[in-house]
Design a binder for this molecule. Structure first.
Ligand code: FES
Length: 108
C-alpha cells in the first residue's frame, strides 16, 4: 500500500534545482527539470550520500559525495547499466508537490 503525500510547495524547488525531503519516513530527493518534477530515493546506493543535495544538470544529478550520476527521470546510473536507483511517482495538485512513497510492506 502506498499513499500520496503532500511533500512541499512547488515554488520551493524551482526549475534546475534539487532538494532533500523526508516523506513518510523516507529520505526523498526531489528534482525540477524545466518545470517537470521527479523524485528518487534520496540515499545514494554507493555509500549513502544525499542525492537531494546533489547538483542537477539537465536530467542528471551528481551525488555530492563521490560523483555518481543518475538520470532523475528513471533512476538509471550513468556509471553502470546494472544500477537503477528507485524512483517515486510525483504529481502536482495546485501548488503542492505530491509524492507517492511505498510503505515498507510494499517492498517485502
Ligand atoms: S555516496 Fe554517492 S557517489 Fe558515493
Amino acid at each position: 500500500m502506498s499513499d500520496w503525500v503532500s511533500a512541499t510547495n512547488k515554488t520551493a524547488c524551482p526549475p534546475g534545482s534539487a532538494m532533500e525531503l523526508v516523506v513518510a519516513e523516507r529520505v526523498v530527493a526531489l528534482f525540477n527539470v524545466d518545470g517537470e518534477f521527479f523524485a528518487l530515493d534520496g540515499v545514494c546506493p554507493h555509500q549513502g550520500g544525499p542525492l537531494g543535495k546533489g547538483e542537477l544538470s539537465g536530467c542528471l544529478v551528481t551525488c555530492p559525495w563521490h560523483g555518481w550520476q543518475f538520470d532523475v527521470r528513471t533512476g538509471q546510473s550513468q556509471l553502470t547499466a546494472s544500477v537503477k536507483h528507485p524512483t517515486f511517482e510525483v504529481r502536482i495538485e495546485g501548488e503542492d508537490v505530491m509524492i507517492r512513497v511505498p510503505s515498507a510492506s510494499d517492498e517485502e
